[in-house]
Write a protein that binds this ligand. Sequence first.
Ligand SMILES: C[S@@+](CC[C@H](N)C(=O)[O-])C[C@H]1O[C@@H](n2cnc3c(N)ncnc32)[C@H](O)[C@@H]1O
Length: 248
Amino acid sequence: MVRPFARHYDAIYSDKDYDSDIGVLSTLCGSKELCTSRVLEIGAGTASHTVRLASRAKELVSLEIDLDFAMLARRKVEATAHANVQLSSRPLDQLVDGGFDGAAAFFHVLNYIAPVDHSSFLKALSSRLVPGAWFVTDLWNGDAVLRDPPRGEIRDKTFGTTTIQQKITPTVDAIARTVTLGYEIDFRQGGNIERFAEELKLYVWPLSDLQARLAEAGFTDIQFWDWRRFPAPATPDSWRIWMRAIRR
Ligand SMILES: C[S@@+](CC[C@H](N)C(=O)[O-])C[C@H]1O[C@@H](n2cnc3c(N)ncnc32)[C@H](O)[C@@H]1O
């Protein structure tokens, strides 16, 4: 049984602009190349980026380690009949495939990675990319987030017969550099009411540390942009950023 947060993920994020993310990716990697590229996606979630990317890339391998999300991703990919997508729930270091022309990880997937795993994750990624390959991702800028930590909030959303209220309670640990987001969700659809909770622990990397680990793993030409004001370059206060790094 898929847990409610995963089951209702697409409704909860129904206003997320997935096309815009794919547009930024096309800009950062050079859209002409995307259609001839083998691309690796890390963190497919319910595959909303995956199906859009599949329409543009020659071949796509998408990883999702959460089994609930992996199942939903498989369903969406099958429903959209993209034959060029291969989904896997294996962790990156167990992926047999390699030789990718580029890799993408959307919606702060890097912030899911614990500091103890940073180096091994980036090395596993680097070793699966061809020289000159791009890695594009969006993430929280750890320095800016700890300077101006997230506050609790309530988000309300209504569309059709669906009403969603999310109460989000962040707990910041500035020493461990983590932000734990507690979600309490009230989900109403056509007379049904579900209430459920989910907790998400994010690790907020200092950008200097990220740059050092990327360089150690074989990446160069590391650049950051402000996520909200793309293509404006990131500033020290940019809370959420786009990053592109090139495999040496
Ligand atoms: C915020 S969700 C984003 C999903 C999707 N890209 C979207 O925007 O809807 C991040 C996803 O990355 C997955 N994830 C985190 N670390 C991962 C890893 N090391 N390998 C594969 N998937 C990972 C999580 O399970 C989660 O489903």
